[in-house]
Each structure stands twice: as structure tokens, then as C-alpha cells.
Design a protein around this ligand. Structure first.
Ligand code: CA
Length: 224
């Protein structure tokens, strides 16, 4: 997942970059509206964080032009506290969400996760991997012959593993993704949920397996 940050204040941009990279995202930076628009049009980003007050083109202009050009990447606007009118203008211009500065890391990451989930796509097509299908509308995990309902965290965990299948996902990254930023107490829950999901994979008689890489993390493999 790659996120573009269009923000002219270097310190804020760097801060956001650090938060995102620690959470396992790739990042790109643009410091003015014109450059930001060009980066948005490149099509390589999964999400854009867009400041409103920018040199060359404002955030609103960037957004309007991008949407007119058929660029539909999710955009979260970054607005200052005083600019309440901006939120409405922003949503009218085609923003998907907005965050009021100053925001904390947890809030930023939660908003990003919500936007990257792409519910419309998952509901229509489900998410498939190997002999598995995950249905977002019902939280059901379906194997070739059997299916089982997943708890919310189990669903989120398996969804994340499926989207990134074949890659070893570091424990910290998974925890941040599923339980949020800097919640160390959630560390042990990961193992518990991994074992729940493994049991459910077994129950639906899937050949897919969650592989443990000791001291690093987990990966989902097709088991072929
Ligand atoms: Ca600014």
C-alpha cells in the first residue's frame, strides 16, 4: 500500500511519513499543489493525504482537477481547526474524508484503514485466495464445502493476511494494522487470534496455512 502526502510544511510531512512507514505503508511526498496533482495522476498511490493550504494550487484545486481527470484514488483532506467551512467544500470537491490538525497517529491510521478497506469492492466480489473466499457482508469464511462465521478481529486479521499473501508480515505491523497504533498490551492477542484463524481454516478444510516465521511474523501460504 502506497500513500501520497501532499503537504508544504516539511515538519508535518516528515512526521506523517514516519507514522505511516512505521505502520508498514510506503510513502511519497509532494510539497506543492502542482507537484501533488502530478503525483496523484501517476496512478501509483492507494490513498492521498492532502493539505488544503498549499503553494501553486490549493488542496481543493488539486482535488477538483484530479477528479475531473478521472483520478478516483481515496483522498483524506488535512484541515486546520479553524477551517470548518473547508470540510464541506472539501467533501463537495470529492474528498472521501477529512482530518483536523493536529491529529494523533492512532486517529490518522484508523482513518486510513477505513478508506483502504474498499467495502464496495469486497461486498461485490468478496476476497478470494487459494480455495478460500471471505465475504465482508456476512463475515463468513468459505472453503470449498464448508463455511464458518468469523469474529470481527479474526476477519480483519485474515483479510490482511489474504491481501498480503505470500509475504512475511512482521508482528508489529499486524498489531498496528488490526489493533491500532502503540497498544503494546495487544501483543499477546495476536497469537491467540492467529490460533483462532488457524482453527477456522482447518474447519473449512482449506489447504491454505498461516506460516510462522519465528521471531519475525506470519504469512499466509496457499499450501500447494
Ligand atoms: Ca499548508
Amino acid at each position: 500500500m502506497k500513500i501520497l502526502i501532499i503537504e508544504d510544511e516539511q515538519e508535518i510531512a516528515d512526521g506523517i511519513c514516519t507514522i505511516l512507514e512505521q505502520a508498514g505503508y510506503e510513502t511519497g511526498l509532494a510539497f506543492d499543489g502542482q507537484n501533488g496533482l502530478e503525483e496523484m495522476q501517476s496512478g501509483v498511490y492507494d490513498l492521498v493525504l492532502l493539505d488544503v493550504m498549499l503553494p501553486k494550487l490549493s488542496g481543493f484545486e488539486v482535488l477538483r482537477k484530479a477528479r475531473n481527470d478521472g483520478v478516483f484514488v481515496p483522498v483524506i483532506l488535512l484541515t486546520a481547526l479553524s477551517e470548518t467551512g473547508d470540510k464541506i467544500t472539501g467533501l463537495d470537491c470529492g474528498a472521501d474524508d477529512y482530518l483536523t490538525k493536529p491529529f494523533d497517529a492512532g486517529e490518522l491510521l484508523a482513518r486510513i484503514r477505513a478508506r483502504l478497506r474498499r467495502p464496495e469492492e469486497s461486498i461485490q466480489n468478496g476476497l478470494s485466495f487459494a480455495d478460500l473466499r471471505l465475504e465482508q457482508a456476512t463475515f463468513k469464511l468459505c472453503g470449498a464445502r464448508k463455511s464458518v462465521k468469523l469474529a470481527r478481529k479474526e476477519y480483519q486479521l485474515l483479510e490482511y493476511l489474504i491481501v498480503n499473501h505470500g509475504q512475511i508480515l512482521p508482528r508489529e505491523t499486524i498489531i498496528t494494522k488490526i489493533w491500532g497504533y502503540d497498544e503494546e498490551s495487544k501483543y499477546n492477542q495476536l497469537d491467540v487470534y492467529i490460533s483462532f484463524v488457524r482453527k477456522k481454516l482447518k474447519f473449512v478444510e482449506s489447504r491454505a496455512v498461516i506460516v510462522t516465521t519465528k521471531g519475525i511474523g506470519y504469512s499466509l501460504e496457499s499450501g500447494e
